[in-house]
Design a protein around this ligand. Structure first.
Ligand code: TRP
Length: 447
């Protein structure tokens, strides 16, 4: 049994819900759809699916394996496991880069969470009803053009996150997630059905699933892998931290499979809902980060019951964003708590103010400060690109290499209880296929 201060998940179901609550977020709906649109469609989708299966699954299982052994936060877990196994303390870098990634991601995540909040209010006031594509696009551009409005919504979103994390009521959210996740799922299905009525469903399906391989480049493959890491909350120690609460009896591989299938389904449904609207209205799939905000309100504004469905959708999207944002703030707060004499509430405030301040730089990228700051990217794009294409894959690579090469092989086999073929497969994937794949994609994307 673990220590009292480090209780275990009450059941496998609760664990799956918590992990899926972190995984399913803006990444599935907002980021997935705009990345697919920007990267030319099906080729990206298929590479993304391959990355999820070949890299995402083994990295997820590795992070849980490590977390379950370490029973601490990611930095201390890595420090202890490295020390016990006689490996270099440099492995703690995995934990540290995870905290850095969480910090950077949350700063721009909160800006988008703010858009979602703003659209929740817009749905209440009926701002979208009967509007055409131009008017909806105008609304969104109006939001982007106003640093004041963006700041207001970004601040509101951060306040919600801080309130929840500071009070330590994350657990209380589980109940809500239990009903909201299925509701989100059903709503996505409703939107897909609406997509079928637009007359452009076939075009959308072919865009998403019939690959034009000429659209593929090293950069697109790296983007797809980055998306796989982002959407599964990998490469940041988040899942490692979750793993430290896992009981010995939980089967990691089947649990990972369930979480991955849920997460991927939400993303695919989002694409199937969004692209018919894009094509039906002559919009560009490569619209960029605003894609869902210029498409979905069109559907809600023009379908029966759209006002209430739109409201439900943005409430659920905001909720999914909140549960993910909480999982991003947690490690930063823990880091501050551990390295300073601060207690939970002040530590949360300090971490949040720092995230919030960086978020301001990110939101100014949409208006007054869209100038490139490095590598030809503005602050927002730089934060997004640097984390998903660089920090997450490299940290994830570190986690899988550590699990495959540094943890005792026999005990891992016992723990995964796979049988001889399964063991060989796990061994080959975790030692060679996944790490070499990540390195290939990484190098190919940068060249
Ligand atoms: N997975 C979440 C999403 O898809 C975002 C997220 C939460 C995340 N925690 C993370 C991404 C940790 C990377 C690492 O929206």
């Amino acid at each position: 049994m673990s220590k009292l201060s480090h209780a275990q998940w009450s059941s496998k179901m609760t664990f799956i819900l918590a992990a899926a609550g972190s995984a399913v977020g803006l990444g599935n709906i907002w980021r997935f759809s705009y990345m697919v649109g920007e990267s030319g469609g099906a080729a990206f989708v298929l590479v993304y699916l391959a990355c999820v299966a070949l890299v995402g699954l083994p990295v997820l299982v590795s992070e849980w394996l490590i977390g379950r052994r370490g029973q601490k936060n990611p930095i201390n877990t890595m420090a202890e496991l490295a020390r016990k196994g006689g490996h270099s303390q440099a492995w703690t870098l995995i934990g540290i880069s995870g905290v850095v990634a969480a910090f950077l991601i949350l700063s721009f995540y909160s800006v988008i969470g703010g858009w979602s909040l703003s659209y929740t209010l817009g749905s209440v006031t009926g701002a979208f009803s009967g509007k055409d594509a131009d008017a909806i696009g105008g609304l969104f551009n109006g939001l982007l053009a106003s640093p004041g409005k963006l700041l207001l919504w970004h601040t509101a979103f951060m306040l919600l996150v801080v309130f929840i994390v500071a009070r330590g009521v994350t657990k209380g959210l589980e109940g809500a997630v239990r009903t909201m996740m299925p509701a989100l799922f059903i709503l996505m299905v409703v939107l897909v059905i609406y997509g079928m009525t637009t007359g452009h469903f076939g075009e959308a399906m072919s865009f998403m699933f019939n690959p034009d391989w000429s659209a593929l480049s090293g950069g697109v493959v790296l983007a797809a892998m980055g998306q796989a890491f982002f959407t599964l909350s990998l490469g940041m120690g988040i899942m490692m931290a979750y793993g430290s609460y896992l009981g010995e009896d939980v089967d990691l591989i089947s649990t990972a499979r369930t979480v991955i299938i849920l997460d991927t389904l939400v993303a695919i449904l989002a694409g199937m809902a969004i692209f018919p609207i894009v094509f039906a209205n002559g919009l560009s799939p490569g619209e960029g980060p605003g894609l869902i905000f210029v498409t979905l309100p069109l559907a809600f504004g023009n379908m029966t019951g759209g006002t209430i469905l739109g409201l439900m959708f943005f409430v659920l999207l905001t909720f999914a964003a909140l549960t993910s944002a909480i999982s991003l703030l947690e490690p930063v707060v823990e880091f501050v708590e551990e390295r300073t004499p601060l207690t939970r509430v002040p530590a949360t405030l300090i971490a949040a103010v720092a995230v919030w301040a960086l978020g301001i730089a990110a939101l100014m990228s949409f208006n007054v400060w869209d100038a490139p700051v490095a590598f030809g990217l503005n602050v927002f794009d730089l934060l997004d690109t640097f984390t998903s294409k660089f920090l997450l894959p490299l940290t994830g690579l570190g986690a899988i290499v550590f699990a495959a090469w540094c943890l005792d092989r026999e005990s891992v086999h016992r723990e995964l209880s796979l049988g001889a073929t399964g063991n060989a497969l796990w061994h080959a994937t975790s030692r060679y296929i996944a790490p070499i794949g990540v390195i290939f994609v990484f190098v190919g994307g940068l060249l």
